[in-house]
Write a protein that binds this ligand. Structure first.
Ligand SMILES: [Zn+2]
Length: 458
């Protein structure tokens, strides 16, 4: 087993053991491609989302946050191209009937197929590369054409008779809610172009083979921004957004060596330019984390056509009406969560033992401070520790109390969930009102007066 695969197994095991991620419906044997976030996981996820929201709404000028309804009019998915084109391209081996994902096989020979490509576009690439793709089962190179397998998940919302009307789908991607509210934002917020709309929302995909833990799931959450610009100002804005997103990953503690840019070689017909930020995932290597795409006026043009509504923007400065171009950023939060844990995961030596530690950026850590009484069977220590715990918790809500097992075990547990600081109350505390503050990354300890504790922890 390679070191990288080994690391994936360790992360999956840690995520379960420490209450980050559980398999969905586990007591029923699990449901493929669905995961539940446990007590530590939901805190980490919320902190990631908050960091994203801070960067993409609060720290920006002229960005508006929204949260659109998950269900959307059936026409939305026609306009977006999802009913026609949102699919995994499958081909079958004519020799042994094994099925392959054509886009994945193309990727293995260095050809990137855009996920929004039509069946025709994919088959063109497939035909050009057939000589290099052999069946993983029998080794032959005799495949059928690629056929699109639609990924949209249907619902029966509002359909009480099953009379075969167009079903209401679960969202195939979250960002459609932004396009649908473009006109509302323009009418109610009167933004001056360029401006952005940001949203975190759920999406569902009927993935044939969900895999690689949180990397490819059937239920996912996406954090998207769409930046609406004058058509002639897209280039400069695009470069700025790319830099901005790269810098954001650094700001949440992701190591730059684990990130890289990848430009799409084969663009969907409407796109002007498309880059992904890739992360060096355990067991997968570099793969897509975030897409940053110059989508031209495609999305609004489509919705204008299908809805019959005028979605042009009136530019007062130019005294001109036009369809803005869209620069999109889109990151899957499951992938981001996996990247954050993977990047923070370290094993080192401490006190003669191997320790596992998540060196999370403190703003992402699920628990910020853990408070311990040195011994759990000394009521005076426990009472003092409780008092200190309550005092800290008032200021820092993500504080936990732990008196389970010996002090060394408690440190290990907190290291594994990435708690930046631990506070221990001992017999000296009762005498001189000082406590020990222990730092996660170095294991260093310092003696601190309780009165100064809050300012030091903050
Ligand atoms: Zn075969």
């Amino acid at each position: 087993m390679s070191k990288n695969e080994d690391k994936m197994e360790k992360i999956v095991s840690l995520a379960k053991r420490r209450g980050f991620i559980y398999q969905g419906s586990e007591i029923y044997g699990g449901l493929a491609g669905i995961y539940d976030f446990g007590p530590r996981g939901v805190e980490l996820l919320n902190n990631i989302k908050q960091a994203w929201w801070n960067a993409n709404v609060y720290d920006k000028e002229n960005y508006f946050g929204i949260d659109s309804g998950m269900f959307k009019h059936p026409k939305v998915w026609e306009a977006s191209g999802h009913i026609g084109g949102f699919s995994d391209p499958l081909a079958e081996c004519k020799e042994c009937n094994a099925r392959i994902r054509v886009d994945k096989e193309l990727a293995k020979v260095g050809v990137t197929a855009d996920e929004k490509m039509s069946e025709e576009e994919i088959n063109k690439l497939f035909d050009e590369n057939r000589n290099n793709i052999s069946c993983p089962k029998c080794g032959k190179k005799n495949f059928t054409e690629a056929k699109a397998f639609n990924l949209l998940v249907k619902s029966n919302l509002g359909d009480f008779t099953s009379d075969g009307e167009e079903p209401v789908y679960l969202p195939g991607e979250a960002c459609q809610g932004i396009y649908l509210n473009f006109k509302n934002i323009v009418d109610t917020m009167q933004p001056k172009i360029p401006f952005g709309i940001a949203q975190i929302g759920k999406a569902f995909r009927n993935e044939i083979s969900p895999r690689s833990f949180l990397f490819r799931t059937r239920e996912l959450e996406q954090a998207d921004t769409q930046y609406f610009v004058r058509p002639d100002e897209n280039k400069e804005a695009y470069e700025k957004i790319k830099q901005d997103r790269w810098d954001w990953y650094k700001s949440i503690g992701i190591k730059e060596e684990n990130l890289r840019w990848k430009q799409h070689e084969n663009l969907v017909f409407y796109a002007k330019d498309a880059w992904d930020i890739e992360y060096n995932f355990p067991s997968l290597g570099f793969d897509e984390l975030e897409g940053i795409h110059d989508r031209t006026d495609y999305d609004l043009t489509q919705h204008m056509e299908f809805s019959g509504q005028d979605l042009r923007y009136f530019d007062q400065e130019k005294n001109e009406k036009y369809i803005p171009w869209i620069l999109e950023t889109s990151v899957g939060l499951g992938r981001l969560f996996l990247a954050v844990i993977s990047d923070a995961y370290h094993e080192d030596e401490m006190d003669g033992e191997t320790r596992v530690v998540l060196k999370l950026d403190p703003k992402l850590a699920p628990i910020k401070v853990a408070v311990f009484p040195l011994l759990k069977n000394k009521p005076e220590l426990v009472a003092k520790a409780q008092e200190v715990y309550k005092m800290i918790k008032k200021e820092i809500p993500q504080t936990s109390f732990d008196d389970n097992g010996n002090i060394g075990k408690r440190y290990r547990r907190q290291d594994e969930i990435g708690t930046p600081k631990c506070v221990t109350i001992d017999f000296d505390t009762l005498e001189d009102n000082t406590v020990t503050v222990r730092h996660r990354d170095t294991g260093e300890q310092e003696r601190v007066v309780i009165d100064e504790l809050i300012s030091i922890l903050k």
